[in-house]
Design a protein around this ligand. Structure first.
Ligand code: LIP
Length: 287
């Protein structure tokens, strides 16, 4: 995949410096959350449904990220999963997921991450340009980062998407939303996908899924219902590693659908997803 054109950046700002900051932010928040994890994590509140939890450490992690950004880049805007939007004047927005994979964090399953990205343009996947991002998988310390036009790395080593021979031998990551009707539809879609691939992985963090795709640990990824903070950092890691990250029916990646992988496999998977109405284009009542 060819990186999108680099937009004009504020004076003195470079992609490399933004990427370095994204890594520092994600690892600092990761250390806070790792050290502060109690033996028994409790749910502080729920959001879109009773199975969509927030913990005290989601909030503490995002607070730390916001404080560090305010100190280092006071003119930038902030869009975070757990707090109010902060307006900025620089044209750059930090897109924050303080814990992606909160359910795993809650249960002590190792797949959860701090995800930090910085974007130019409106902070929504259809129109932003992601300049840099970092996904820090806190339990095992793996850290993926990417800068626009700079490539992607895991723990400093360049990564590339894998080259699965065919859709039939592809290992495909996916995820499910928090709404019951949406989940029922996602389960139906899965019945169309599963017989045509090697297997499915539902690991519980979209940010990590996109990074595993980037380093060839899985071959493809698709999910409906991603929020901007679930995907911003992972998407730049994946595209800089050679993946296409797109929506269905010629649209951009976003809430309706995100499909990622090598171009030819994405095209084949997208055909199945479109036929199964995986983006809800023919069933808007499901939401
Ligand atoms: C979660 C994801 C997960 C996805 C869920 C949810 P959270 O983010 O990353 O993989 O399937 O729908 O968006 O809620 O843990 O930040």
């Amino acid at each position: 995949m060819i990186s999108p054109a680099l937009p004009e950046l504020p004076d003195g700002v470079t992609v490399t410096a933004l990427r370095d900051l994204a890594v520092r932010l994600a690892t600092a928040a990761g250390a806070l959350v790792r050290e502060g994890r109690p033996d028994r994590v409790v749910v502080a509140a729920t959001k879109s449904s009773e199975v969509d939890p927030v913990t005290v450490m989601d909030r503490a992690s995002e607070e730390l990220l916001r404080e560090m950004i305010a100190a280092e880049r006071p003119d930038d805007a902030i869009l975070g999963e757990e707090g109010d939007d902060v307006a900025g004047t620089s044209g750059l927005t930090w897109v924050l997921d303080p814990i992606d994979g909160t359910v795993n964090y809650l249960y002590g399953v190792a797949s959860w991450a701090v995800s930090v990205a910085v974007v130019a343009g409106p902070p929504e996947p259809a129109s932003w340009t992601v300049l840099a991002g970092c996904v820090h998988s806190v339990a095992d310390g793996r850290t993926w980062s990417a800068g626009l036009g700079e490539g992607a790395t895991r723990d400093g080593v360049p990564v590339r998407v894998g080259a699965a021979a065919s859709l039939g031998t592809s290992l495909v990551g996916t995820g499910f939303g928090y709404d019951a009707a949406r989940r029922a539809h996602q389960a139906q879609v899965l019945t169309q996908v599963l017989p045509k691939i090697r297997d499915i992985r539902r690991l519980g963090s979209a940010a990590i899924d996109l990074c595993l795709l980037a380093d060839g640990s899985i071959d493809l990824y698709y999910e409906r219902g991603l929020n901007p903070w679930d995907m911003a950092a992972g998407a730049v890691v994946a595209t800089e590693a050679g993946a296409v990250v797109t929506g269905l029916r010629g649209g951009p990646a976003g809430n309706a659908m995100t499909v990622a992988g090598p171009p030819e496999l994405v095209a084949q998977l997208s055909e199945i997803l479109e036929a199964a109405d995986a983006d809800g284009a023919r069933s808007p009542e499901i939401g």
